[in-house]
Design a binder for this molecule. Structure first.
Ligand code: ADP
Ligand code: MG
Length: 385
């Protein structure tokens, strides 16, 4: 018998594998997840892969092609909001959250490679977390990828990882999209009940496409603005005597605004309540193949985020306005705001012209070139090989 070349103490190679999870864009329903509201993301074709090989020494080693020189090392028992810190916290946090939930996950060598632009509002953070969570589900034999219930459980643990270890107070929309989305479908996410519904979203069948425009403008969710918006919503809910702003219906809105009195809180609440209503109006429009209405709802969402929620910026406003001027049916910022991406619903034959018009509008202002690209609704997290 040939001698084994692998010492008994070396990490197991048999169980190593590659898992991946997608970035996402949210079609409509922005800044609603942490208000118990509705959102409607699709998974992108762009994915983050995690190559994971279990280790027997209880120590996590993390590398990323996006952070070429760095191997971050942390013992599983030492993971905390300050260890390892930085980008590797998004990986370590998933190990921490699964262990805290009682799952016996092994330490591992984890290598990350990603086609999801980082910090562009396409949720590279959730793609990273969910690729790792998918790996751990398989490696620890948890079988949580088998159905939507298990996937929702993993998504929630990834949110916990991002909130508690990476220190970003995000809602659960990004992780749910990366875990649960299906090809050719948008995911209607009810963040109060946790209910998810797969809504057919096949623009090509109607001669349309979704254009994403990465404005390259700065986007940082781990900063005060997101937390400030969230705080205002929570304080307003308390003033109104409700658990979350989801309890406030459009019919209740005038009385609620009266009761709040204060103009900033009024504007924030008006955004949240009208935005939640726009999600189901958009779903109805999709079901009825009424893309004119769908486009108008997207543009109304942008105006609300710009004027009432005040999370847009000059680059997002210019991208959306230029897309509309060039014939888009609708356009809006997507993601947390303050930069990142704009999405536009366009006729397939117009996509290149709309993208080019946005690039030249940016050039006229001397701004960095934005990157336009079309996307289709792709699949959620899973094993690659
Ligand atoms: P978004 O999720 O919109 O891309 P975030 O600010 O939420 O933006 O998350 C970006 C952060 O996630 C990065 O600053 C980095 O810490 C981490 N991250 C995402 N993808 C990678 C990657 N491929 N390699 C290393 N870190 C990554
Ligand atoms: Mg993120």
């Amino acid at each position: 018998m040939a001698p084994s070349l692998t010492p008994a103490s070396a990490p197991s190679h048999r169980t190593a594998g590659v898992w991946s999870a997608p970035g996402r864009v949210n079609l409509i329903g922005e800044h609603t997840d942490y208000n118990g509201g509705l959102a409607l993301p699709i998974a992108l074709p762009q994915r983050t892969t995690a190559t994971v090989r279990p280790r027997t020494d209880g120590v996590l080693h993390v590398t990323s092609t996006a952070r070429r020189d760095e191997t971050v090392v942390v013992a599983l028992d030492e993971i905390s909001p300050t260890a390892p810190g930085g980008w590797a916290a998004y990986v370590a946090g998933v190990f921490w959250a699964l262990r805290k939930a009682g799952y016996a996950v092994p330490a591992a060598d984890v290598h990350i490679a990603s086609a999801v632009p980082v910090g562009a509002g396409l949720s590279s953070s959730a793609a990273l977390e969910c690729a790792v969570a998918a790996a751990l589900s398989d490696l620890a034999g948890l079988d949580l990828l088998a159905d939507d219930t298990g996937r929702a459980r993993l998504a929630d643990l990834c949110r916990v990882a991002e909130n508690e270890i990476a220190g970003a107070p995000t809602g659960g929309m990004d992780q749910s999209a990366a875990m649960l989305c299906r090809p050719g479908h948008a995911l209607r996410l009810d963040c109060r009940s946790g209910e998810t519904t797969h809504i057919p979203f096949d623009l090509a069948a109607h001669g349309l496409t979704l254009l994403v425009i990465d404005t390259k403008a700065h986007h940082a969710l781990v900063d005060g603005q997101y937390a400030a918006r969230r705080h205002t919503c929570e304080a307003s809910a308390r003033t109104l005597g409700v658990d979350t702003l989801r309890e406030v219906t459009p019919a209740d809105l005038p009385a609620a605004l009266d009761r709040l009195g204060e103009p900033v809180a009024q504007a924030r609440v008006r955004h949240v309540v009208t935005e939640i209503a726009r999600v189901d109006a958009f779903v109805d429009a999709l079901r009825g193949a009424d893309f004119t209405t769908a486009g108008l709802l997207m543009s109304a969402s942008h105006a609300s985020l710009r004027d009432d929620y005040e999370v847009s910026c000059a680059e997002l406003d210019l991208a959306a306005a230029t897309a509309l001027r060039e014939g888009a049916l609708g356009a809006r910022m997507t993601g947390g705001g303050f930069g990142g991406c704009c999405i536009a619903l366009v006729e397939r034959d117009r996509a290149d012209a709309v993208g080019a018009a946005v690039v030249s509008a940016f050039r006229e202002r001397g701004w960095r070139d934005p990157t336009p690209f079309t996307v289709t609704a792709a699949r959620g997290a899973g094993r690659e090989r």
